[in-house]
Design a protein around this ligand. Structure first.
Ligand code: GRF
Length: 218
């Protein structure tokens, strides 16, 4: 049985598209069982439909509090019985119970060189700090926001005259490479969470994740 994925989105879903493409090209031995959005208008829902993938919407605005939303989202995910839950530009903070329920089988990608810049506006913060490198990190999700054990990290240069938009585009290109790769490792049974440590082939991954050496077009 191939590894079953459920992918959570809030927006355009370019990372989702990278998963769809990787699966179609045989680079990701997994079955995307469903795409779930908290926003009915998320562009990624259309990408999923185009690829013939089941979709569901759990609209956070329809819930009185976070616990109720989390419970409905958890039940919707569980109805597809995934092996792995992939947060791909999912822009809601998830409660501790939810996160514990999926511990060791939920990944996130964050557009910074974690542990730098958890939270929002990462690209502008990197530019404002005068950083010469930025990037993205795939990590296991734990209760700490953007603080779970890193798996893979890609670096890109920050260039003179960069705007947040330019830098975001450069980082996003690498997100599309490292995220399906991390999921591939999981699908192959090579990637595990042992306590608070991500392991690849039973070896502890470095504190900032496996360094992905990328070739940038520009
Ligand atoms: C990505 O930069 C992701 O890291 C961030 O939100 C963005 C989502 O982009 N948290 P997309 O919806 O996958 O295009």
């Amino acid at each position: 049985m191939p590894c079953k994925l459920v992918i959570l989105i809030s927006g355009s879903g370019s990372n989702l598209q990278a998963f769809i493409d990787a699966a179609e090209q045989g680079e990701l031995p997994a079955d995307i069982a469903a795409v779930i959005s908290n926003r009915p208008a998320a562009g990624g829902l259309e990408r999923a439909a185009q690829a013939g993938i089941a979709t569901a919407v759990v609209d956070h605005t329809g819930f009185a509090n976070r616990d109720d939303f989390d419970a409905a989202l958890r039940d919707t995910i569980d109805s597809f019985a995934p092996d792995l839950v992939v947060l791909a530009g999912f822009m809601r903070i998830l409660g501790a119970d939810f996160v514990r329920h999926f511990r060791g089988r939920m990944l996130n990608i964050h557009p910074s060189l974690l542990p730098k810049y958890p939270g929002l506006h990462t690209h502008q913060r990197a530019i404002d700090a005068g950083d010469t490198e930025a990037g993205a990190t795939v990590h296991f999700v734990t209760e700490e926001l953007d603080g779970g054990p890193p798996i893979l990290q890609a670096q890109v240069p920050v260039k003179a005259g960069d705007t947040a938009e330019l830098l975001a585009a450069r980082v996003l290109e690498q997100e599309h490479r490292i995220y399906p790769l991390a999921a591939r490792w999981f699908a192959e049974g090579r990637l595990t969470l042992n306590g608070n440590q991500a392991e690849l082939d039973d070896n502890a991954l470095p504190p900032t994740g496996f360094p992905f050496h990328c070739v940038t077009a520009d």
